[in-house]
Design a protein around this ligand. Structure first.
Ligand SMILES: *Cc1c(COP(=O)(O)O)cnc(C)c1O
Length: 455
C-alpha cells in the first residue's frame, strides 16, 4: 500500500550530515568547552519534511496542516514551519502567545488547551482563532461568550472514539479512560454529543487526536473513521452540512531506532484513504496537527563529557546530557530510548571497539542516566555525546531541575554548501536563572516574619 518515494523514507540528517554538523558546531564553539550542551535543528530537513506532508495529502483535499507547538515551543521554529505552509496548534495561553509572536495568522491557529479558562476562550473567540472544546461544560462557556455571534472562529468539539491504547499508556489519548475529549462509547455519551450539536448550530467541527508515540496507523485510522461516521450522523440529523470540517489531530509515531523515517506521511495518508475513502472526497475540510513527526528526526542534542569513571565493573560517563534536557528518556527509559553517538572533542565521530557504558547526566539524583548499559566506543573526558532524534520534545522543552541552564538551540542549514548556524534560543545565563528563581523577591520571606513568628 505504501507508495512512498524512496527519498521520503530517508531522513535528511543521516550519519554523514550529522557528523559534519557536529564538527562545524565544535569549531564554531556552540558546544564544547564554553557550552556544556546545545540542541540543533536541521532547517533544510524541516522544510523537506513539511513539503512531504503537503505532498502526501495532494492538492485536491482542502487541508490546513498545523504544527503542534508543544513539540518545539520556539518562536523561530513556529515561524519556519509557517513559512513552509503550516499553521499552528496551540494547547495553552503560552503556546498561543508564541504562535502570535511568530506571526501565524489567527485563521491558521487552532486552540486545543485541555483546560481552557473563561478568559482564554474569550480571547480566542475575539481573535477569530479556531477552538476545539474538550468537553460539554466548555461548550456551555463558549455559548455564553458575548463575542460569539460576531466571531470568525471555527468552533469544534473534541471527541474520544475510545479505540484503544498504544504501547505507551501515558501517550495514548484515545483509551477508554483518557482525560481528553468527550467519550463516544460510554453509555449515553454519543446521544449527548448529538444533542449538543442540535443545541449549538455554530458547532461545525469535530476534533479527534488518536496518538501519539506507540500508536499504530490502524489505531489512528480507526479513530478517524469513528469520528467521520459521527460527523455524517450529526449532519443527517441536522438535515444540513453542520459539520463541514474534521480536525484529525497528529500523533504520528517516530522511529527512534535508526535513520529511516517510518511511518511516512505518505503511508499515513494512504492508510486514511483506505480506511475512510470519503475523507478525501473534498466534502470535509481537514485540519491536521503534527508535532514530533515534523521535528523529531530533524534534530539532535550534543553535550560535553566531563568525567569518566569505573563503578562496580561498569564504565560511566558523567556528561551534561541528563534529565534536564531528556526528561522522558530518563524517567521512562523503556518507552523513550535514544540513540547515542560518541564524538571526539573536535567533533569527529569515534568508531571502533565498543564497551558497555552508562551515559549519565549532571542532575543530582542517581537515576539521571540517558543510556544505560549501552555498547559504545570508549568515551573519554572532553568528548561529546550526541543524542539523536531529539528535534521534538527534548532540548526545546527543558526541565528546570537543579537550576541547570536551559541549553541553547541552534538551527543549521547546508543549503549553499558550508554548514551555517542561527541561534533559535540562547543558553540561559546564571543571572537569568537567579531572576527566574525569585531574586527580585529575595527578602520577601524574611520580611514577612521580621517581627518574629506569627500568631
Ligand atoms: C500533542 C498534540 C498533538 C501533536 O502530537 P504529536 O505526537 O507530537 O504529533 C496534536 N494534537 C493535540 C491535540 C496534541 O495534544
Amino acid at each position: 500500500m505504501e507508495s512512498t518515494p524512496e527519498h521520503d523514507r530517508r531522513q535528511w540528517i543521516d550519519a554523514g550530515r550529522r557528523d559534519r554538523v557536529v564538527r562545524a558546531a565544535t569549531t564554531a564553539g556552540l558546544v564544547g568547552a564554553r557550552h556544556a550542551a546545545a540542541g540543533f535543528l536541521d532547517v533544510d530537513g524541516v522544510r523537506r519534511t513539511v513539503a512531504g506532508l503537503h505532498a502526501a495529502f495532494g492538492p485536491d483535499v482542502p487541508v490546513l496542516h498545523t504544527f503542534a507547538a508543544k513539540a518545539a515551543a520556539l518562536v523561530p521554529v513556529l515561524r519556519l514551519v509557517a513559512d513552509a505552509g503550516m499553521g499552528c496548534e496551540a494547547a495553552s495561553p503560552g503556546e498561543l502567545a508564541l504562535a502570535r509572536a511568530a506571526g501565524v495568522p489567527a485563521d491558521r491557529i487552532v486552540l486545543d488547551s485541555p483546560a481552557k479558562t473563561a478568559a482564554e476562550l474569550a480571547r480566542a473567540v475575539d481573535l477569530g482563532i479556531a477552538v476545539n472544546a474538550d468537553n460539554l461544560q466548555e461548550l456551555e462557556r463558549i455559548a455564553a461568550l458575548p463575542a460569539l455571534g460576531r466571531s470568525g472562529s471555527v468552533l469544534g468539539l473534541r471527541v474520544n472514539p475510545q479505540v484503544g491504547t498504544g504501547t505507551i499508556g501515558a501517550m495514548s489519548t484515545a483509551s477508554a479512560q483518557s482525560k481528553f475529549g468527550v467519550p463516544l462509547r460510554d453509555p449515553g455519551a454519543r446521544e449527548r454529543v448529538l444533542d449538543a450539536f442540535g443545541r449549538y448550530p455554530w458547532l461545525s467541527r469535530l476534533h479527534v487526536h488518536v496518538g501519539s508515540q506507540g500508536c499504530s496507523l490502524d489505531l489512528i485510522a480507526s479513530g478517524v473513521r469513528a469520528t467521520w461516521e459521527l460527523a455524517e450522523e450529526i449532519n443527517r440529523r441536522a438535515g444540513r452540512r453542520q459539520v463541514d470540517s474534521l480536525d484529525l489531530g497528529g500523533g504520528l509515531p517516530v522511529n527512534f531506532d535508526d535513520d529511516e523515517v517510518r511511518p511516512t506521511f505518505a503511508a499515513y495518508a494512504a492508510h486514511l484513504r483506505a480506511a475512510v475513502p470519503a475523507l478525501f472526497a473534498g466534502r470535509y475540510a481537514l485540519v491536521t496537527e503534527f508535532g514530533r513527526s515534523v521535528v523529531a528526526k530533524n534534530g539532535f542534542t550534543a553535550a560535553r563529557v566531563e568525567y569518566t569513571k569505573e563503578v562496580g565493573g561498569r564504565r560511566i560517563a558523567l556528561t551534561h546530557a541528563g534529565a534536564h534536557l531528556a526528561t522522558r528518556t530518563v524517567f521512562m527509559p523503556e518507552a523513550w530510548p535514544l540513540r547515542v553517538g560518541v564524538h571526539r572533542p573536535d567533533g569527529t565521530r569515534r568508531e571502533g571497539p565498543e564497551e558497555i557504558q552508562d551515559v549519565a547526566g549532571p542532575c543530582c539524583f542517581s537515576g539521571d542516566v540517558v543510556a544505560r548499559g549501552r555498547a559504545l566506543p570508549r568515551i573519554e573526558p572532553g568528548d561529546l555525546v550526541v543524542l539523536h532524534d531529539t528535534g521534538g520534545y527534548y532540548t526545546s522543552a527543558p526541565w528546570a531541575y537543579n537550576s541547570l541552564a536551559r541549553p541553547a538551540v541552534h538551527g543549521f542549514s547546508t543549503a549553499g554548501g558550508p554548514v551555517r548556524f542561527a541561534t533559535i534560543r540562547p543558553e540561559q545565563t546564571l543571572a537569568e536563572i537567579a531572576a527566574e528563581s525569585g531574586a527580585a523577591h529575595a527578602d520577601a520571606l524574611t520580611a514577612l516574619t521580621a517581627g518574629g513568628p506569627g500568631t
